[in-house]
Write a protein that binds this ligand. Structure first.
Ligand code: ATP
Ligand code: MG
Length: 392
């Protein structure tokens, strides 16, 4: 082994028992992310983890590990023996590679961390000694405040890691450490981002899509499936429930021909999504709803919609500006999928003047003609279950 990937994860805010669980979970998730790559191995090393893969697989491993929540940063590193000469040689080589990449005479600093206190030099001594050798040999200027690149050195027992490329991890909490949630996933821009944010806070996400065939066609179902697969890359796999919603939507529309239709559809979605959540041991629902982004997302409507949900409804995007959501969608790779054309089932059978101030008494009166709880259980029981794996 002469190449590893060094993983760093959040530590400061974690105390006591939580920390052990967090560490075990983030390592487990890292292991799962690179499972299948030749030679993949993850080892714990004092608030760090070391990943080994077969030569030539480092880039693929880095790409996957960059989607493991809980990791704060990652560095591909070279491994050398715990001897000063070997460390210096490798540091000079890394600095030369940085010059080749950047051209000119970039400034640098050395930043050593001595996890093994038995190593004869302290961290500042290592910084100075190794830095002086680079200055002597390559003539680069030192800049400890704003260097163009940093040579990192970590002294572990039996081995020392030298690196100069540190990439940000996604941060957050490892998926699975805060529970399971059911994401109401549509083909739009918002709900995939909402699901990603829930994952970032440690939730394992399952998703439910309400499909009104043939009014929303196979292409739309494919689109939502693609979005779910894209989200699966951040947690390994994702189970998508596709609910056939056409008959329910027609029954709801028949029960009330007035301006409340969309609110009635949304309440039916909440009930069915909660029924699926309960079957799957999920503890909350997640939507892409946003305050006042569209005329129907008023506090009045959100309140009446939420009243039908028997689990907490999390709305990670509630306060986001559309531009912020779009920027995030681009960053996580769902935007290009979301802007493909699709049909929105809530724009089917809708009144020309949808309400912006739903009233609970009127909505409940309209629902009285139907057995809405039975409807929810039947929708949940008949849902198609599709397990999506992240693949390469
Ligand atoms: P999105 O971009 O996520 O579609 P939006 O801003 O278009 O959101 P709406 O269309 O009003 O807002 O939908 C609000 C939320 O309701 C969505 O974010 C999603 O969580 C849920 N939702 C809407 N339609 C569906 C559907 N067909 N299946 C599952 N969830 C849906
Ligand atoms: Mg939408």
């Amino acid at each position: 082994m002469n190449e590893v990937i060094l993983l760093r994860y959040g530590e400061l805010f974690l105390k006591g028992k939580n920390r052990g669980q967090f560490e075990a979970r983030v390592l487990e998730n890292a292991r799962r992310a690179i499972a299948g790559l030749p030679g993949a191995k993850v080892r714990r090393a004092r608030l760090r983890a070391l990943v080994e893969v077969a030569p030539g697989e480092t880039d693929r491993a880095l790409d996957r590990l960059a989607r493991v929540f809980g990791l704060t940063s990652l560095s591909p590193a070279r491994v050398v023996a715990p001897a000063l000469a070997a460390i210096e040689d490798e540091a000079v080589r890394a600095a030369q590679a940085a010059i080749d990449r950047r051209g000119g005479r970039p400034s640098f600093k050395v930043s050593a961390r001595r996890a093994d206190k038995k190593f004869p030099l302290t961290s500042p001594e290592l910084d100075h000694t190794v830095g002086a050798r680079i200055v002597r040999e390559l003539g680069l200027p030192v800049d400890v405040h704003k260097p163009d690149f940093t040579i990192g050195i970590e002294v572990h027992e039996e081995r020392v890691l030298v690196f100069c490329d540190t990439r940000p991890g996604p941060g957050g909490l490892p998926v699975g450490c805060t529970g399971t949630v059911n994401l109401l996933l549509s083909g739009g821009i918002d709900s995939p981002v909402a699901g990603w944010l829930a994952m970032k806070r440690g939730c394992r996400v399952i998703a439910t899509y309400f499909h009104s065939f043939p009014y929303t066609g196979d292409a739309t179902r494919e689109k939502v499936t693609d979005l779910a697969r894209s989200l699966a890359r951040w947690q390994g796999e994702l189970t998508l429930f596709v609910v056939g919603f056409t008959d329910a939507q027609k029954a709801l529309r028949a029960a009330d021909k007035g301006p409340m239709a969309v609110v009635l559809y949304r309440r039916a979605m909440m009930r069915a999504a909660a029924a699926i959540a309960r079957r799957e041991h999920a503890q909350a629902l997640v939507t892409g709803e946003n305050l006042a982004q569209v005329a129907s997302q008023t506090l009045e409507n959100l309140a009446v919609i939420e009243e039908a949900a028997t689990l907490p409804v999390l709305r990670p995007l509630l306060t986001y500006d559309k531009l912020e959501t779009v920027a995030l969608a681009q960053r996580i790779g769902t935007f290009e999928l979301s802007i493909q054309p699709y049909e929105d089932c809530c724009s089917l059978f809708v009144p020309s003047n949808p309400t912006t101030r739903a009233r609970l008494d009127q909505v409940v009166a309209a629902e009285r003609a139907l057995d809405v709880d039975k409807m929810a259980e039947e929708l949940a029981a008949a849902a198609d279950r599709v397990v999506l794996r992240s693949g390469g």
